[in-house]
Design a protein around this ligand. Structure first.
Ligand SMILES: [Zn+2]
Ligand SMILES: [Zn+2]
Length: 365
């Protein structure tokens, strides 16, 4: 499928403008003129059940799973290339001009959090993070000195709101102490003594708790590991702007790759422990058991959002490493590569020091 590339042309020179997180404006890379982006209205959540009923594609039975090739021609250099299947914004691989196309999923993005952290700042935070990792291999640290490796992505997220009502049955445990007579050893002799022992008195409890959730966010991209999308949280949904290509220009951006229903199942997993802790408080006592709970999700609404993330990935020792920096808070997440040589040296020197101390103490006494 052919798509028409969209750009945001500069009024002064016609080159493409890109979003600058530093200035929170559109900036022309060529003549440096800037354009303000007016702040938009609040982004309103939409009804979840309506979305599922009005988009039959969202039901698995209707899903064809067809892969759409997204062919696009760069407006500047005329080169044609394919975008990643879920991608709707990228950079021309030949001339680095932003290339944006229409979103084609059933649900188009409602809003986004613009990048706050610049690539430079992200790079700095990333370096500090790695620097604090003692055993990182030198090759890895060297890699960091080559800048421009962090790529800015707007990743799709679902954000759900719901008011839950949960009926539960369980048990409340109240601890009490009893005095028992026991044979204990005192100075190597057996002796009978009174000792205190704790017991738990369990009693049946049932009840109902109400918990409201606002903005339970679920990463909807498969480009990076789900655990990264989770670890990089929290996202503060304050500052969300209505969807606008002005913020996207110059970055990569994707549409959701996790369906709205699957996203909600993941949201349930996130909400469950919070509901459970509320039930435990409701039960009271010293210990609690929850035997069953029936959760009702009322007034479910959702937003389809884009959140900014800086990504670095590279291969080292045949293993793929992936790092993500939250484009709002600067939080860094990822696996830490360890240099086994460095670890071995650290152990050897620790042993050597311990040996030296032992030897020294031996001489002293
Ligand atoms: Zn210009
Ligand atoms: Zn181009």
């Amino acid at each position: 499928m052919r798509f028409t590339a969209k750009n945001i042309p500069c009024n002064s020179c016609g080159a493409s403008m890109v979003y600058s997180p530093k200035e929170a404006k559109l900036v022309c890379d060529f003549c440096y003129s800037t354009v303000d982006i007016p702040l938009g209205r609040a982004v309103i959540s939409e009804d979840y059940h309506n979305a599922i009923h009005s988009h039959p594609m969202l039901d698995e039975e209707n899903y064809s799973g067809e892969v759409i090739q997204k062919e696009v021609t760069c407006k500047k250099c005329n080169a044609s290339f394919n975008l990643h299947q879920k991608s709707f914004a990228d950079i021309c691989p030949y001339c680095q001009t932003p290339v944006m196309i229409d979103c084609i999923q059933d649900i188009t993005p409602h809003g986004l959090l613009p990048f706050l952290i610049t690539q430079k700042e992200a790079q700095k935070k990333f370096k500090i993070w790695v620097g604090s990792r003692w055993f990182a291999p030198n090759a890895f640290k060297e890699y960091l000195n080559e800048s421009k490796k962090l790529i800015g992505y707007y990743f799709p997220y679902w954000s759900y709101d719901t008011r839950t009502i949960t009926r539960y049955e369980g048990e409340r445990g109240d601890r009490y102490y009893v005095t028992v007579s026991k044979v204990v050893m005192v100075n190597g002799k057996e002796e009978r003594r009174d000792v205190q022992e704790s017991r738990v008195d369990w009693s049946y409890r049932s009840g109902m708790v109400e918990v409201s959730f606002d903005d339970v966010t679920i990463g909807a991209s498969n480009t990076i590991e789900r655990s990264r999308l989770d670890e990089i949280e929290p996202w503060s949904c304050e500052g969300i702007q209505p969807f606008n290509l002005n913020y996207i220009s110059g970055f990569k951006a994707e549409e959701y790759d996790v369906e709205i229903k699957d996203g909600f199942s993941l949201a349930k997993d996130k909400m469950k422990p919070i509901i459970e802790s509320r039930i435990r408080r409701d039960i009271g006592g010293d210990e609690q058991r929850i035997d069953n709970m029936q959760i009702q999700y009322n007034n479910i609404t959702y937003k389809n959002l884009l959140f900014p993330v800086w990504i670095a990935s590279f291969k080292w020792n045949k293993k793929e490493y992936e790092y993500a920096v939250n484009g709002r808070t600067g939080k860094v997440v990822g696996d830490r590569p360890y240099s086994y040589i460095k670890i071995a040296f650290a152990i050897i020197s620790a042993l050597a020091i311990a040996g030296a101390i032992y030897y020294y103490n031996g001489l002293q006494s």
